[in-house]
Write a protein that binds this ligand. Structure first.
Ligand code: ADP
Length: 337
C-alpha cells in the first residue's frame, strides 16, 4: 500500500514538474524563435542598406535562408527536449525520494496503529476466552453445586474486572495519544494533586501494609490536573504492586529554577538493567511469568505515564536496582504554552 501511494505521489510530483517545465520550454522556444527571426530580418535590412539590390552580390535567400531558420528551430527544439528529458528523469528519482520522505510518518503511524490494534485484541482475547470456556465447562457439568457456581461467578468477576481495567487503560492511552486531545491547563498545586493520588491508592497500600512517606513542598505549576493525578497514581500503583508487604514508599517534590520535579521511590523488586530501556513501551512487561498474575496489569501504565509527561513537555526517568527498588522521577516545566 505504501509503495502504491509512493508511486502515485511521485506521478503527481512529475506531472506538476512536467507542466511547469513544458510551459517554460514553450515560452523559451517561442522567445528564441522570435529572436532568430528578428536577427534574420535585421541582417537582411543591414545588407539592403549597404548594397543596392541590383549590385547585391549575396543572394536574398542566403541572407534569410529559410532552411537555416528551420534548422535552428530544429536544434532549439531538440535541445529543449533533451533538457526536459533530463529534468523528467532527475525529478522522477527525486520525486520518488521526496514521496517516500513525505509518506514515512504516515506509514509509521499506520504501522503503530496496526500494532496497537493487534496487541489490544490479543490482550482482550485471552480473558474473554478463559471466561467463555469456564462458563461452558460449568454449564456442561451436571453435578455443579451452588458453591461451585458461586466460585465460578467470583472468578468471572475477577476476569471482568481485569477486562474493565484493560478497556479503561486502552481508553486512557488513546485519549493521551491524541495530539490535540482535550486538555484543561490550569494553575495547580503539586501538593494537592499528590495528596489526592495518595488518597486514591491508600486502600491498596493498606492491604499490603505499605507505608507511604512524604517529603513534599508545595509548588504551583501549569498543567492538566486530571492527567497529572493519573500519572502519579500510575507510579504509586506500580510502586505498591511491585513491592512486597510491609515495605515503605517515599514520595518527594522538588523545585529548580523553572522546573519542578516529583519522585516515587519504592523498595520493591526493582527492574533488571536489560528491561529498563523498554518499560515505557506499550504492552511491555519486564517479567512475562509475573505478568500472568492477575495483579500484574497489561504493560500500559508507564506508556500512559510517558505520554502525559510528554504532553506537559517534561521528562520521566527511572533508576532501579534489581532486588532493591526503583525511583521514578518526573520533571516538568512550571509554565508551558
Ligand atoms: P504493568 O501494568 O505491567 O505494571 P507498566 O507499564 O506500568 O505495566 O509497567 C511496565 C513494566 O515495568 C512492569 O511490567 C514492570 O515489570 C516494570 N515496573 C514498572 N514499575 C515498576 C516498579 N515500581 N518496580 C518494579 N518494576 C516496575
Amino acid at each position: 500500500m505504501f509503495e502504491k501511494a509512493r508511486l502515485k505521489l511521485t506521478v503527481w510530483y512529475l506531472l506538476i514538474i512536467m507542466l511547469i517545465s513544458f510551459t517554460f520550454s514553450a515560452v523559451i522556444f517561442n522567445v528564441q524563435m522570435i529572436e532568430v527571426k528578428r536577427f534574420a530580418r535585421a541582417q537582411r535590412t543591414r545588407f539592403e542598406r549597404q548594397y543596392r539590390p541590383d549590385t547585391l552580390f549575396v543572394s536574398q535567400s542566403f541572407l534569410t535562408d529559410p532552411d537555416l531558420v528551420a534548422e535552428t528551430q530544429k536544434h532549439l527544439l531538440s535541445n529543449i527536449l533533451i533538457i526536459n528529458s533530463i529534468i523528467i528523469i532527475f525529478s522522477g528519482g527525486f520525486g520518488y525520494f521526496l514521496a517516500g520522505k513525505t509518506l514515512r510518518p504516515i506509514k509509521e503511524m499506520i504501522e503503530d496503529q496496526d500494532r496497537f490494534i493487534s496487541d489490544s485484541s490479543h490482550e482482550l482475547k485471552t480473558p474473554i476466552t478463559s471466561l467463555k470456556s469456564a462458563m461452558e465447562v460449568a454449564l456442561m457439568d451436571k453435578k455443579l453445586t451452588l458453591v461451585d457456581a458461586k466460585k465460578l461467578i467470583k472468578d468471572n468477576i475477577a476476569d471482568v474486572d481485569r477486562l474493565q481495567y484493560l478497556s479503561e487503560s486502552l481508553i486512557n492511552l488513546s485519549k493521551n495519544k491524541e495530539q490535540n486531545g482535550s486538555s484543561i491547563i490550569e494553575n495547580i498545586s503539586i501538593l494537592n494533586v499528590m495528596e489526592s493520588a495518595v488518597r486514591k491508592i491508600l486502600p491498596q497500600a493498606n492491604s499490603k501494609k505499605i507505608i507511604i512517606k512524604k517529603n513534599l513542598i508545595n509548588i504551583n505549576f501549569h498543567g492538566d490536573k486530571e492527567k497529572i493525578e493519573s500519572l502519579i497514581t500510575i507510579l504509586l500503583e506500580n510502586a505498591i504492586k511491585y513491592s512486597s508487604s510491609n515495605k515503605t514508599i517515599l514520595i518527594k517534590t522538588a523545585k529548580t529554577n523553572k522546573t519542578l520535579s516529583f519522585s516515587v521511590t519504592d523498595h520493591g523488586q526493582g527492574i533488571r538493567q536489560k528491561d529498563l530501556p523498554f518499560i515505557f513501551d506499550r504492552f511491555y512487561r519486564a517479567d512475562p511469568s509475573r505478568s500472568k498474575s492477575k495483579a500484574s496489569g497489561f504493560g500500559l501504565g508507564l506508556s500512559i505515564a510517558k505520554m502525559i509527561v510528554e504532553k506537559h513537555h517534561g521528562e520521566i526517568k527511572v533508576k532501579s536496582r534489581f532486588g532493591h527498588g526503583s525511583t521514578f522521577t518526573v520533571t516538568l516545566p512550571q509554565h508551558f504554552s
